[in-house]
Write a protein that binds this ligand. Structure first.
Ligand code: FAD
Length: 300
């Protein structure tokens, strides 16, 4: 991994790092608008509760409202473990393979994040776009997350501080995203129970204190503080345990355990961080491209 990851530094040095004006959410808005322009109909806030099928092929989806929608092709962006364990209800023989592989795959690590709105701080130098504050003992972070499965006492802290006027309401204000790695949310002992809001608030304050102890003032400037725990991620986007990268990429087998883009159930395509080729926005974009090409080829 170190050799592969060093390619990131090369790419940033050779080609530069790019930021979308207004933040990454603008990309989703642009894709949404492009799809509307092409005549796509969106049913927002309509969770799919079932992928319907016969013994060989998908036949459509059922929404939480009870409405059934017929379809020859279903592109599923939910986590693959949820697609195969709860959205497809029946015990189909052709799905034994993916179900067995997914039962061996682990979710990736989770994330605890803060969204900060900050007033101007005259005389304080602006942070770079990316800042990483490393702890004295980096190894114990891995031990706490993966072995003890508890929030990290002295975590590595990532701060994204875009100097982007399109991301703030008033000039000189700043909006920061702060992320620390976290054990997954679990109420059955296989992680940490992140549903306690008081604990989350104390943990957020601890992170802010650690940032301030490195000479970066926050509290005197703080106007907005939003906390997102792994439990929030699980509740809002159905990411198992609040995993941030779909299924884990650790281990030699992980690539083979991941859901294939073309399901053995005809007409079903899996896309996103828990499908091939994996998590993170660039790979998720490639996943979407593979699925779009596969469907395009099938139809022509
Ligand atoms: C805090 C955080 C920081 C990150 N930082 C980075 C980073 O710096 N760089 C990077 O490359 N990646 C980063 N990632 C990872 C990246 O965001 C993910 O890999 C990517 O968003 C996964 O895309 P996806 O389409 O698979 O899933 P999602 O973006 O989670 O989209 C899945 C969508 O499906 C919807 N859905 C789920 N189930 C159903 C259902 N049954 N019915 C209807 N809709 C459903 C969800 O509501 C959601 O909108 C980060 C993730 C997090 C959480």
């Amino acid at each position: 991994a170190p050799a592969v990851l060093s390619s990131i530094a090369f790419v940033e040095e050779a080609f530069g790092a790019w930021h979308i004006s207004g933040g990454i959410g603008k990309l989703a808005q642009a894709v949404h608008q492009r799809a509307l322009d092409l005549g796509v109909i969106f049913h927002l806030n309509s969770p799919v509760t079932e992928i319907s099928h016969n013994s060989q092929s998908v036949t459509g989806v059922v929404l939480a409202s009870g409405q059934s929608i017929d379809a020859e092709v279903v592109v599923a962006n939910a986590d693959a473990s949820i697609i195969y364990s709860s959205l497809i209800k029946d015990d189909l023989r052709i799905l034994k393979g993916p179900r067995k592989a997914l039962s061996k795959a682990d979710p990736s690590l989770a994330g605890f994040s803060l969204l900060l709105g900050l007033k101007p701080a005259p005389g304080t130098p602006l942070l770079s776009h990316h800042t990483v504050l490393f702890p004295a003992n980096y190894d114990s972070e891995f031990d706490e997350i993966f072995t003890q499965k508890k929030p990290v006492q002295e975590p590595t802290i990532y701060i994204c501080a875009p100097n982007d006027p399109a991301m703030v309401r008033m000039p000189e204000h700043e909006s920061w995203f702060v992320l620390v790695n976290a054990p997954p949310h679990s109420q059955s002992g296989n992680g940490w129970d992140w549903s306690n809001r008081e604990f989350a608030s104390d943990y957020a304050n601890k992170i802010i204190s650690r940032i301030e102890s490195r000479g970066i003032p926050i509290r005197e400037r703080l106007e907005v503080l939003e906390i997102r725990t792994p439990a929030d991620l699980e509740r809002t986007v159905s990411a198992p345990g609040g995993s941030i990268y779909g299924t884990s990429s650790n281990g030699a087998q992980s690539a083979f355990l991941r859901a294939r883009n073309r399901s053995p159930l005809k007409g079903l395509y899996c896309v996103g961080g828990s499908a091939h080729p994996g998590g993170g926005l660039p790979l998720v974009g490639i996943s979407a491209e593979i699925v779009a090409n596969a469907i395009g080829r099938k139809r022509t």
